[in-house]
Write a protein that binds this ligand. Structure first.
Ligand SMILES: Cc1ncc(COP(=O)(O)O)c(C=O)c1O
Length: 380
């Protein structure tokens, strides 16, 4: 089935007993047993819940994976991914060098002390990844595509074959593109992780995460851990996510049309020095992303010529909201230095270009003319 059809019918037919079209919200912590040794298939909602099962099977189908697990946030989903490899014999993890700041905080504060060794690499450079793999002992490569906030594009097929040749897993944080635009398993990835708070839910009204496994073996390990650790997504949030998914395709189509219009506007603006949007033909990641994905997404970052302008821009926007998140129908403007990437060490931020001039836009579904007028006004 085409993704548009899977999305439009997300969660439908999950309750054949009543024929409910919208997946019912099973707001129950526990389920009674017909008799000793018998179960309806549901015992306790941390282990499994019918609303969550409807969501998880939809997510697995969308990515073409064997199994999906829904978590209470994207961070809980990332935590699960690191736990999967934590006790294995290999201890090094290669991570995109400009990931979401929370990923760095999680790894540095919790998994480094527990024995994992993160190695931050420009995953858009195959040579850099090859060099890091040569040092051996690598359990996993974790890639964000595009990276956040610099929007650099990695070649997932090449990374998958490099990882597999050295006996490592490839995990992809596909939060920015979603399975509507990019399906990492089709390119050889082993695990996919999402902050479902973003595009998958799409309405800035739920915090959620998901991990999708390509194989049954990893799926079983993940489900065991989801139940053991317990950071599951509640039934109502699962339903919100199912409802959001139904419009993912049409939202993203509109969002990326808007993003291209805004990126072109910014590229011609005299106060803007460096626009990063892979949808622009001259962006370094354009050709590679075009080859791998169905679209370029709707995240843009850009630098102003003068950092003194930033407070003014953030104060003057009226259609964009100055807020920390992305992927919803409403457009947001974020200052990565003090918000999403505050947990990345200062020298690393400076080297990468996550500096005091950088702003990030999450483009929504509003009318593009209003969005451009808003930025124009904010930058005068
Ligand atoms: C790429 C990416 N991954 C993971 C996360 C963490 O997700 P959450 O905020 O849902 O915990 C974020 C949050 O912004 C993100 O941008």
């Amino acid at each position: 089935m085409q993704p548009d059809t899977l999305l439009a019918q997300a969660g439908n037919h999950s309750d054949p007993r009543t024929g409910a079209l919208s997946a019912p919200i099973y707001q129950s912590a526990t389920f009674s047993h017909p008799a000793l040794g018998e179960s309806t298939g549901y015992d306790y909602s941390r282990t499994s819940n019918p609303t969550r099962a409807a969501l998880e099977s939809t997510l697995a189908a969308l990515d073409g994976g064997n199994r999906a697990c829904a978590f209470s946030s994207g961070m809980a989903a990332l935590d699960a991914v690191f736990r999967l490899i934590q006790d294995g014999p290999r201890k090094r993890v290669i991570i995109t060098e400009d990931p979401y700041g929370g990923t760095v905080r999680l790894v540095e504060k919790f998994f480094r002390p527990a024995g994992l060794e993160p190695v931050y690499v420009d995953t858009s450079s195959i040579k850099a990844v090859e060099a890091a793999l040569l040092q051996g002992n690598v359990a996993m490569i974790l890639v964000e595509i595009p990276s956040n906030p610099l929007l650099r594009v990695a070649d997932i097929r090449s990374l998958a074959s490099l990882a597999h040749r050295s006996g490592a897993l490839l995990a992809v944080d596909n939060t920015f593109l979603t399975p509507y635009l990019f399906r990492p398993f089709d390119h050889g990835a082993d695990l996919i992780v999402y902050s479902a708070t973003k595009y998958l839910s799409g309405h800035n009204d739920v915090v959620a995460g998901a991990v999708i496994c390509r194989t049954e073996e990893w799926g079983a390990r993940l489900a065991y851990m989801q139940n053991a650790v317990g950071a599951v997504l509640g039934p109502f949030d699962c339903w919100l996510l199912l409802r959001g998914l139904k419009t993912l395709g049409i939202r993203l189509e509109r969002q990326q049309d808007n993003a291209l219009g805004i990126a072109r506007f910014l590229a011609s603006h005299p106060q803007v020095c460096h626009v990063r949007y892979p949808g622009l033909a001259d962006d370094p990641g354009h050709a590679l992303l075009k080859r791998q994905a169905k679209g370029f997404g709707a995240m843009i970052s850009f630098e102003t010529d003068d950092p003194e302008r930033i407070p003014d821009i953030l104060k003057k926007v009226r259609v964009f909201s100055f807020a920390e998140s992305l992927g919803g129908v409403e457009s947001l403007i974020t200052y990565p230095l003090v918000q999403t990437h505050a947990d990345i060490p200062g020298d690393v931020r400076e080297r990468l270009g996550i500096n005091e001039r950088l702003l990030r836009l999450s483009v929504g579904i509003e009318h593009v003319d209003d969005l451009i007028a808003d930025l124009k006004h904010a930058m005068t």
